[in-house]
Design a protein around this ligand. Sequence first.
Ligand SMILES: [Zn+2]
Length: 834
Amino acid sequence: MRAFLLLLLFCSALSAQNNLDLNYYIDSNTPLNPDIPTPKSIIGFDIGKWHISHDKVIQYMYALANASDRITIENRGTTFEDRPLLLLTITSPKNHSNLESIRTEHLAATDDNAPEDFNRPLVVYQGFSIHGNEPSGTNAAMLVAYYLAAAQDEFTQEVLDNTVILFDPCFNPDGMQRFAYWANTNKNINLTSDPNDREYSEVWPGGRSNHYWFDMNRDWLPVQLPESQARIKTFHKWLPNILTDHHEMGTNSTFFFQPGVPSRTHPLTPKLNQELTKKIGNFHAEALDKIGSLYFTEESYDDFYYGKGSTFPDINGGIGILFEQASSRGHLQESDNGLISFPFTIRNQYTTALSTLKAATVLREDLLEYQYNFYNNARKEASKISKQAIVFGDEKDAAKTNALARILEQHQVEIYNIKEDFTENDKSFKKGYSYIIPKNQKNSRLIDAMFEKRTSFQDSLFYDISAWSFPLAFNLDYEEKVSTKHLGEQVKNVIFNEGSVSEKSDITYLMEWHEYYTPKILNQLLNHGIRSKVAMKQFSLNNKTYDYGTILIPVQNQKLNSDALFSLLNNLSKESYVQIHGVNTGLTNGIDLGSRHFKTLKKPEIALLVGDGISSLDAGEIWHLFDTRYNITTTKLDTKNLEKTDLSRYNTIIIPSTSSLSKEITEKLKTWTKTGGTIIGFRNTVKWLNSNEFIKLEFKEQELLAENISFEDKSEFRGAQRIKGAIFEAKLDRSHPINFGYKNDKIALFRNTNIFIKPDKDSYNNPIQYTEKPLLSGYISKSNLDSLSNTVPLQIKRFGKGKVVAFTDNTNFRAFWYGTNKLMMNAIFFREEL
Ligand SMILES: [Zn+2]
């Protein structure tokens, strides 16, 4: 008996110890169901002691779902590194048994002729740590999920009865895993709060981004990454009323919740959205006041770019909420606000995740009514232009056109084939190479947000880019006000046009260069050692005109016999959606197929500079492009090893944006270029190339003088001069190899630098030049626009036996700028002819 009593005492001491730890986060008055496993009982330590790895998140979430009838769990896909993309659905057991009809009713309320019924559960999507090195979100998610499964108080019951919670514990598994590894392996048992400690300074590229170093919180609209694709599917399946996005910011801050800066709200977002955001904010304020945590609102961050998680819902009838917690970035850091511990950051996130649910419960009817009216009003606006449609296409490039159609499909935008070929405003749209979108449809506002060009703004500062017009990013022909009479059949499932070889030839195959995936084929041919040439001039044969850049593949004297070559080309054309033509004469109208104007191409051996000093975002975009679109193998050369690396095996080195590289690296790259290498540099690298005398350029410099600007307005004044991301028009010399594959004389470019290169005195050295009035979409100050006018985004110069290609603009932006991807491919494959 005594032994039993002792054991009892020991156990209660242990449980007190446990409770003490959970009590830091969870209100100790909350009755908790003992049958629900605590995080510690599964993962082995208290939340906040270590940075949780993604494997442990999975382990715990499955354990919770097993133990609780309030939770179901599903795996919606995988990240690039094959980590599962989990979603928990949390609601009362009663709602669970009825979930599909709750969902269909919820969606029906956004459709035509829906009854005004607001007596149903609200849908709340809670997501955490899309930036992997902002870990308090995901660590808090463990506690929030535990709480929702275990709490037996009245408030929780009310939340579960009145909301369906779509719970996404980790938006970015690959990045978070990377960061957890860093923070944990550098942790002292005796915590170091010194910000200089290695723990607080991650190695390049850090854990913020995903596998290919993308900022995933910019991809909600373009949906190019697998993580976003799974998430957007859930979003449209449920149309949540509230979506929350838990982040971290600099260590010296406090806590931020939306609304952000009011004047920076996108004009397509209804005013009521921001008012409701404010009302929801009152619940966060109340909850944070209770635990004494300071916060701020409205003075930073914004709701402008719809590709961010907290802004995307605003164009889809919901309310997006951004949270930003000052980061401990490891376990404990000194800051302007005292010592910031990791548990402290977790507790603020936990607290606001719950205040979100309180707001959802109290404001339920307001939010349901808001969503109902959002779609109702959108329908009314759209019905006024019910005969209008948007058409887009590229009669020479179906794959790129289909890639945009796929984005629209993922956003549940209704798209159609065109009934037959037609021309509008001198642009011709070809069946099979075009799509048409009627404006009168449910997601009309989302369509506006994706297609509009905007050049006037209430504010001149933007948290992110100011323009993203999709048809410009895809460099497609488009018209915004065509008649719906051109509508053919609806496209429910975008299928890429099948490629083929027209006929077997014993002389030559020809492949025009316009289709998006042609570099993938050319790369394979060169890998197989198949001699391939590029046409420096246009010609015609069998009533078909072949444009500049047509690839010629001779049949004779190749490593493969004619049967094997035919079969290889067949396979390549199919997997790359490209048409290849077999021809049976060498005689053409124009240059004959044996002409010297067909230049033999040499296989590129590409190195991509990565590591300290290089922009990881820019480098990741290029790596992703090579690896996932064109199947081109590149070597990622780390700057830390460059001094001792033998560069002679590469003929092409790409330098993503950098502003400084060591003297030794600079000298080494100079020698390599002079002996015949091609350097391709982007954005700030242009300045670096110039100041290190790889290339001689003249820049338009501006003197920025503040007149009548007060000290208070200083940062606003300076910020307004920054080109944060806008779209500009340039004219093309299509006969220049850098422009091969483009069929129009104009191109849209995405620019986020303030570098203005003066054109070369010889016009043929300016194959791409900004037009006189280049602004197509987005914000730019008047003086910057004046500077940009008639300058050039590209210069190519010889350097010894080698070449330097300098781009001021990002041609690979965020994986959705399909329209300019070919410029870099041309610089690589046609480098000898530039
Ligand atoms: Zn963030």
